[in-house]
Ligand binder design. Structure first.
Ligand code: ZN
Length: 359
């Protein structure tokens, strides 16, 4: 019985991301019965049993703010709009096609969201929840109908836990125990690297990101070594020697930028390699993925650079700059662990894509 229950409770699915404007076909099954967007930023839904839902996210454009929507089979009788509050601009219920009900949540333009970490979790056969935002100011609940099932109490804590575990989208698989990587968190000890807005330090940011990259890659069976694990003074030659001595497959140095004159309007991401198509290919894959998790931050491109650590390592080597700590947009993100995780996820994904397609 416990097993059966667990199976049901563990259903979840990831949000499909549409950074452009494509749409996927929707499969029919059942209708929306009640919904509530609660004061903690969690959307709860009650549907017919075993409904097959599809959720979508689309970035803001000229006409709309960021939008999240869910399609339910079954047609809606009265399309309607509900005025939002706090970060929510408006909620719309409509029928985009025959036989479909669509619940659209439109956010105000300035709202910062992290859809890459969103997970829709099934609480039960007919109930769902998804955390969409963390209200900064008071947010008044919006909803229609009763989302709770009477006589059906569910252990909420287990869902929160499970949701955290599944917070990342799938990373590509590679051959287990086949690849080795050296990750080099820039600076350290007496050299803090760039100092950004509010005193944010490059050494702290890149160390945390590097440790998460290590964890993500290790879970995929990749052997990872860090050139430093804490705040130590580490010169450049020992970093290179460490990687060459281990005969690692690739070397990835992680840094964050600062602009001359500490200009807050300069933001963006860039990835350097020294030479060779392998290094270039690795740089391109990392750059592509870090851009995806940093919407609005400029693409400064994949470039050749003569940095000591990538010039003197024997293996394909890149140096990635994950944003400007002096830039308003990048710094506000990089000060948050949630964004550091997204960047680490993107770097890990770039590395795994490189291994699965190039090596
Ligand atoms: Zn640096």
């Amino acid at each position: 019985m416990t097993k059966f229950l667990n199976n049901k409770l563990c259903r979840y699915f990831s949000i499909l991301l549409f950074l452009n404007s494509a749409l996927l076909p929707v499969k029919p099954s059942s209708a929306l019965a009640a919904w509530a967007l609660k004061t903690n930023g969690v959307l709860e839904l009650r549907t017919k049993s075993n409904a097959n839902l599809k959720a979508y996210f689309q970035k803001a454009n000229q006409n709309y703010g960021d939008r999240f929507w869910i399609d339910f089979p079954g047609e809606l009788k009265n399309p309607r709009k509900i005025q939002g509050n706090g970060p929510i601009k408006e909620i719309r219920l409509g029928k985009p096609n025959n036989g479909i009900t669509r619940l659209v949540i439109e956010f105000k333009k300035e709202t910062y969201l992290s859809p890459l970490t969103w997970r829709m979790v099934a609480l039960d056969r007919n109930r769902w929840r998804i955390k969409l935002f963390t209200p900064k100011y008071s947010f008044k609940k919006i909803g229609e109908g009763t989302v709770e099932n009477r006589n059906n109490k569910v252990d909420r804590k287990s869902f929160y836990k499970r949701e955290k575990v599944n917070n990342y989208l799938e990373l590509p698989n590679v051959k287990q125990n086949r690849f080795s990587v050296v990750i080099d968190p820039g600076h350290g000890g007496p050299d803090p690297g760039a100092i950004g807005i509010g005193g944010i330090r490059e050494t702290d940011v890149v160390l945390e990101v590097s440790k998460i990259v290590k964890k993500l890659l290790s879970e995929k069976g990749v052997k990872v070594r860090l050139t430093r694990k804490n705040e130590i003074d580490l010169d450049l030659p020992p970093r290179v020697y460490f990687a060459n001595n281990l005969n690692a497959d690739i070397f990835v140095s992680i840094h964050a930028n600062a602009s001359r004159g500490r200009r807050r309007d300069i933001n963006g991401l860039e990835t350097f390699y020294y030479k060779g198509w392998r290094g270039r290919s690795l740089a391109k894959r990392i750059q592509k993925n870090i851009l995806k998790v940093s919407p609005g931050s400029p693409d400064r491109g994949v470039k050749q650079g003569r940095f000591y650590v990538i010039k003197n390592t024997d293996m394909p080597a890149v140096l990635v700059e994950i944003g400007f700590l002096t830039g308003r947009l990048d710094a506000r993100r990089l000060e948050k662990t949630a964004h550091r995780k997204r960047i680490a996820y993107a770097i890990a994904k770039g590395i795994l894509e490189y291994f699965s397609r190039v090596e």
